[in-house]
Design a protein around this ligand. Structure first.
Ligand code: NAD
Length: 348
């Protein structure tokens, strides 16, 4: 397969590029570097020993997409491009809807015009909002609680509408995989690519590794009084390379000759909940250092527990997260230690 990867230079996108190339697929990478460095794609080439075309552009640029689809024989699209910061989305909702929702619509229009049917979409467990119970299966009610989550939910609904339109027309076109990620962490084992947040990290593990490397003084743990075994929030952390390999499995399932048309949805998680304090202890034991932390007030919008039932992906895609918590910690730490300031600026 030849796959267009949008948002290819980003954290998950560049790991997906590696997994695709490792599985023998070709890629064309597209990114506007609004939240990433071109160096990540150079490092993907270094890791895989494989050269591939890179297009610097926005998914909102229809002319570029049309030209890309006419210049390259693309079989399928993996769509990672988008903004992802919940807090920022509350302050800048229009920016989020334009980039995430309009960008996806533009991309889908260009795909349809080019006759490309297979679409793999980065959704998020955030579409489950505050779940009534755990583990969360794909048929739980959807209830996004912020503009970022709503942008993901809107795109999911647009994709369902495409399936409905295909059914009305009795002329099926689209084959869509909606992948709802839980909490990706870790990095490629080379230590060459990893998560490179701009400013203060929003996510727990980059925060921990930045404390460990001395960039931040201590970790703030938001809430110690949740109804969880140790009072801190519980999440389903999965290794980013497992997540990337889940995309390859979804691609292979979508493009099988007997694959059904329409939208299919899969949770990608480990099926295990891990608390913030357990994450700190696991990191300390792997990195052999202490992480100073302070328990502070809960963060508005955070839920007590969120972890997946990922058995549908195992059953239908033959995919299961296989890397351990220790590997997640060791790989994150290797990336951060080797790149304390993330990817270097290209000018410097
Ligand atoms: N990281 C997570 O915890 C997480 C969880 C669930 C879902 N997701 C989703 O997965 C996808 C990838 O996330 P990530 O963590 O790799 O984020 P990221 O910010 O590292 O990567 C996104 C990439 O998309 C690019 N981009 C943004 N807007 C673009 C546009 N209009 N045109 C072209 N490129 C554009 C950015 O420059 C960046 O390289 C996102 O859609 C995100 O919402 C992420």
């Amino acid at each position: 397969m030849n796959v267009l990867v949008t948002g290819a230079a980003g954290y998950i996108g560049c790991h997906a590029c590696i997994a695709l190339i490792d599985a023998g697929h070709g890629i064309v990478a597209l990114d506007n570097y609004s939240n990433s460095s071109p160096l990540s794609l150079q490092r993907v080439m270094q890791i895989t020993g494989c050269d591939f075309p890179i297009v610097e552009a926005s998914v909102n640029d229809r002319d570029v997409l049309d030209e890309l689809f006419s210049n390259h024989a693309i079989d399928a699209v993996m769509h990672f491009a988008g903004f992802k910061a919940v807090g920022e989305s509350c302050l800048e909702p229009l920016t989020y809807y334009r980039n995430n929702v309009t960008g996806s619509v533009t991309l889908l229009e260009a795909m349809k015009a080019a006759g490309i049917k297979d679409f793999i979409f980065s959704s998020s467990a955030t579409v489950y909002g505050d779940p009534a119970s755990t583990p969360i299966t794909e048929n739980f009610p959807l209830q996004a609680t912020n503009p970022y989550g709503r942008s993901k939910l809107m795109i999911e609904e647009i994709l369902q509408d495409l399936e409905s339109a295909d059914n009305i027309a009795e002329n099926p076109f689209w084959r869509v995989a909606i992948l709802r990620y839980f909490n990706p962490v870790g990095a490629h084992s080379s230590g060459l690519v990893g998560e490179d947040p701009k400013g203060i990290p929003n996510n727990l593990l980059p925060y921990i590794t930045q404390v460990a490397v001395g960039k931040l003084a201590k970790l703030s743990v938001f809430g110690g009084d949740y109804p969880t075994p140790d009072g801190t929030g519980v999440r389903d952390y999965l290794h980013v390379m497992d997540l990337a390999e889940g995309h390859v499995r979804a691609l292979e399932a979508l493009t099988r000759p007997d694959a059904p048309y329409g939208c299919q949805t899969w949770n990608l998680g480990t099926g295990n909940g891990v608390s913030v304090l357990e994450m700190i202890r696991a990191f300390e034991s792997v990195a052999q250092c202490r992480i100073p932390y302070e328990i502070v007030a809960r963060r508005p919008g955070d839920v007590a527990e969120c972890w997946s039932d990922a058995s549908k992906a195992e059953r239908e895609l033959g995919w299961k997260a296989r890397r351990s918590l220790n590997e997640m910690m060791a790989d994150s730490w290797r990336w951060q230690r080797n790149n304390p300031d993330g990817y270097p600026d290209l000018e410097s």
